[in-house]
Design a protein around this ligand. Sequence first.
Ligand code: HDL
Ligand code: ZN
Length: 427
Amino acid sequence: MITARKEREHSMNQSMNTADIREVVARVVAQTPVTDLHTHLYAPAFGPLLLWGIDEMLTYHYLAAEVLRVSDMPYEAYWALPKKQQAELIWRELFIERSPMSEACRGVLTALDRLGLDMTERDLNTHRDYFMDRRPEDHVDTVLKTANLKCVVMTNDPFDPLERPVWMNGFAGDKRFHAALRLDALLNDWGRACATMREWGYDTEPDLGSKTVAEIRRLLDEWTQRMGALYMAASFPPDFAFPDDSPRGRIIESCVLPAGRDNGVPFAMMIGVKRNVNPALKLAADGVGLSDVDAVARICAQYPDNRFMATMLARENQHELCVTARKFRNLMPFGCWWFLNNPSLIEEMTRMRMELLGLGFVPQHSDARVLDQVIYKWEHSRAIIAKVLADKYADLIATGWPIEENEIARDAARLLDGNFWNFLGRN
Ligand code: HDL
Ligand code: ZN
């Protein structure tokens, strides 16, 4: 009995008290390498597809949308400007004429600051000097180290005319840049995809007969293997339904899900984007809509041997998605996507997920389009994830349950890295 009491006392001495829990959790979370499971980044071998540097950060489509709200410049006049002049307009309007309050603005400053630039300097050209002579390969090393990323997953679209040749010429692979097979073109515009596949030599017909189904399956198998894709993914509009007799629903059921089972790759559904709400905004044109979480529940229930990752774009869908994840072990909710990737909503979602799912979810992905953005997207999210974790550990300590630093490290590694690889079955 004494031994047990002594062990308990020792354990209490080793465990945290609530005063130091916040500092320990913040340090451990900052030190935990991340797998960033959804980005629009590319390995340096993809050449100009990899965006990096201050002018790319400033002309991120989030900031294009913001500057076109405060400037009366006609949309087409903005898009006609050279990228440097677009960046100068954004810097002037959103950083100099106004404090850079939005998350996307603040992010630029966080990234520059962590790269060692002087944020008291407001001359854009001074900041440009830092990037002037850097090699992309070296900058990738610097940024991934600064952001403490283990690796990122790209978004890879075989229908993208710029990206396709890189794969067809035999991309040698880069262990820091994994692939995800993105299927929006196939699933959301079957008519155009059918014609394109015929040009590539696939024997496809619009009516999705058995031969066409087999050819789509061949495309999925070929590209899953060519890319070494960790998962297949697609974004869907708010009216995404399942089951559904549309080409999308039929291709998912007859091609994507059988391929996922046979190839051992999950299907990531990103639901709720209203494409081209304001087409004049180009890449910034998309909006958000309330979606039907029942479609997610039905596909998980009907296909228990498939694994599904899901992220939804409407704040109002998050609680129901969490509850649905409690019902289906083959469903992994992930990230605070796009318009949800803001501190107030990341905190709300992470608290709700932890209270409903414990540590069984993937709290964040960066969605970075510009390499340098991972520095801010992960610093900002880590701080919030650490804050929520510290509160939850404090709640546990208040019950008398001792918490030790190695347990915090274990839990943080699950959230930021292990849950994703375990769900892939690649732990
Ligand atoms: O469809 C997607 O993957 C979205 O993330 C879009 O790319 C969107 O434009 C975006 O970059 N969101 O952060
Ligand atoms: Zn994305």
